[in-house]
Each structure stands twice: as structure tokens, then as C-alpha cells.
Ligand binder design. Structure first.
Ligand SMILES: [Zn+2]
Length: 308
């Protein structure tokens, strides 16, 4: 997609099966199958997932080969190459350093390894968002991620994020982490209003989030819609992913969000896990969700304004 910008793209959810096979061979890791076409089935969630948690299981296989420096540099290159080939001009790739320390790497080594694999040239630019995780007893790890985001800010890293199972670990438990981000001057987005309701968006905004990951459930709260419109807080909307995780049932409210004057951007979330591309998402927006040409242009302009 010519000059497309993807602001919500997870590294571990957007890898090619060729990458996983290459790294599994190098690292001596067993795979269920060794054929690209077969393997991709293990990496893509069904259109009809039970919930967000079933969707999240599809990250296990790619994550298993992303525990070495070479595996991480190769992963960043794999995603950059795909997006560049598809004609995108700018991507913000996000990942959680603490999920890649299972074989002894430090979070700092993880970040360094990913940054080494980024592609930036005259037609394409990739930047990184470091994710904190919604997990049990990991505040220390999350604080370390924020510390790294502050040190690497402007050196490949552009922001921080909070990812993981929103329904199990509410946004409100992460106040300390984002207090530190604020103090350190690290801009951040937070996954909110996806599996959890409008109150998680209010909490994220209260922490000082500059953008909201997904945020589709803001429509359940008129006051919140008004606030988001007035402040023009960018929402990183990912329709296919939301269908799969059942964050949205029935008609997808993209047109409604635009009609309400919200600063909506269109993104993929995970090209492999969701089996999509940015081009497909725009195609869905135009041909299934009934957006006008003008509304399509608005989405693109919003992405330019919203990039970190
Ligand atoms: Zn996401």
C-alpha cells in the first residue's frame, strides 16, 4: 500500500513462516511442521476465536524462536522487509522486551538486537514502541522497560505501550509504571477499550496516554467520545483483529467513529496472526464498512498526525 503507515503492529504477530523455519533450524528447535503453508496455520488465529486469550496463544510459536539476539535482529528485518515490499513508508513496530529473556538475554540486549534489524532508508522508516506487559508480579520488569524506553528515546524507540490480556489484568493496576514513563518524558499509548470497557480508556487517559490502542469500546460512553473528540486523541483501530477477538460484535463502528469526529487511524495489529495487511484493512473499510473516499483520506491524514 503506497505510502501507508501502520502505527499498531506487533513484531511477534507479524512474522513470516519462512522466518520461523529459518530460526528453528538454526537454533535446533522442533516445529510441528516444516512446510511454510502448513506452519502459517499455527501462526494465524481463526476468524472466529473464542476470545482475546485464544488469539494470544498464536504468539507462542514465533516467540519460541525470538529468544536469541540473532533471532530478534532477523525478526525485525523480516517484518521491515515485508512492510517495505508492500509499499508502506512508515511503521511503528512494537514488542515486549521481557518476553524475550527466556534464554538469558537481558531486556537491554533484546532492544539492541531488534534495533539492529530495523530498516530505514529514503523510502521506508521503521521505529519501535516498547511494550510493558499485563502479567502477574512483573512491575519490576515493566519499570525496566520504561527505563530502557527513556534511554533509547530518539535512538530508534519512539514510545512505550501496555499490552497483554486486558480483561485479566486491568489498566488501573499499572499506575506506577506509567507514572515513571511520565516522569521520564516517555510518550506512551495503552491498549484499552478492546477486551475491557470505556473505564480502561479513562484510566489510560488519566495516566497521560497520548494515544489509545484500539479504543473501539469508547462508543459505550458518550462523555468519553466527547473528550476524545475534543482532545483529538488518536485511536489505533484494527478491525480484523477486533473481529477475531470479539472485542466488537456485529457491525464494526469505524464509520460511526469518524462521523463523531474522532481521530481514528487504521492499522493491522498483527499481519500474520490476523492474516491481514494494511491494504486489506483499507479495502475492508471502503468496501465492507462503507467509508467514502474522503473518509479514507482522513484515516491516512490522521496517521500522519498521530505518529510518535
Ligand atoms: Zn495490539
Amino acid at each position: 500500500m503506497k505510502n501507508g503507515m501502520d502505527l499498531h503492529l506487533h513484531l511477534d504477530g507479524s512474522l513470516t513462516p519462512a522466518y520461523v523455519i529459518r530460526q528453528a533450524k538454526k537454533q535446533g528447535i522442533e516445529l510441528p511442521v516444516w512446510d511454510e503453508k502448513e506452519l502459517v496455520k499455527y501462526m494465524t488465529a481463526p476468524v472466529d476465536c473464542q476470545d482475546l486469550n485464544e488469539y494470544l496463544e498464536k504468539f507462542d510459536l514465533p516467540c519460541s524462536v525470538m529468544q536469541t539476539e540473532d533471532g530478534l535482529t532477523d525478526a525485525a528485518q523480516d517484518v521491515c522487509k515485508q512492510m517495505k515490499e508492500r509499499g508502506l513508508s512508515y511503521v511503528e513496530i512494537r514488542f515486549a522486551p521481557q518476553l524475550h529473556t527466556k534464554k538469558g538475554l537481558t531486556q537491554r540486549q533484546v532492544v539492541d538486537a531488534v534495533l539492529r534489524g530495523l530498516i530505514c532508508d529514503e523510502s521506508f522508516e521503521a521505529r519501535v514502541i516498547l511494550c510493558c506487559m499485563r502479567m502477574k508480579d512483573n512491575e519490576k520488569e515493566n519499570l525496566e522497560t520504561i527505563q530502557l524506553a527513556s534511554e533509547y528515546l530518539g535512538k530508534g524507540v519512539v514510545a512505550a505501550d501496555l499490552a497483554g490480556a486486558e480483561a485479566l489484568f486491568p489498566t488501573s493496576s499499572f499506575g506506577n509504571v506509567f507514572q515513571k514513563a511520565k516522569e521520564a518524558g516517555v510518550p506512551f499509548t495503552i491498549h484499552a477499550g478492546e477486551a475491557d470497557g470505556p473505564e480502561s480508556i479513562w484510566t489510560a487517559l488519566g495516566f497521560g496516554a497520548q494515544r489509545i490502542g484500539h479504543g473501539v469500546r469508547c462508543l459505550e460512553d458518550e462523555k468519553l467520545v466527547e473528550y476524545l473528540r475534543e482532545k483529538q486523541i488518536p485511536l489505533e483501530v484494527c478491525p480484523t483483529s477486533n473481529f477475531q477477538t470479539k472485542a466488537v460484535k456485529g457491525e464494526y463502528p469505524l464509520k460511526k467513529m469518524l462521523e463523531k469526529g474522532l481521530c481514528v487511524t487504521l492499522n493491522t495489529d498483527n499481519t500474520t496472526v490476523s492474516g491481514t495487511t494494511l491494504e486489506k484493512e483499507f479495502d475492508i473499510a471502503e468496501n465492507q464498512l462503507g467509508l467514502t473516499r474522503e473518509e479514507i483520506m482522513t484515516l491516512k491524514k490522521n496517521a500522519e498526525k498521530a505518529r510518535f
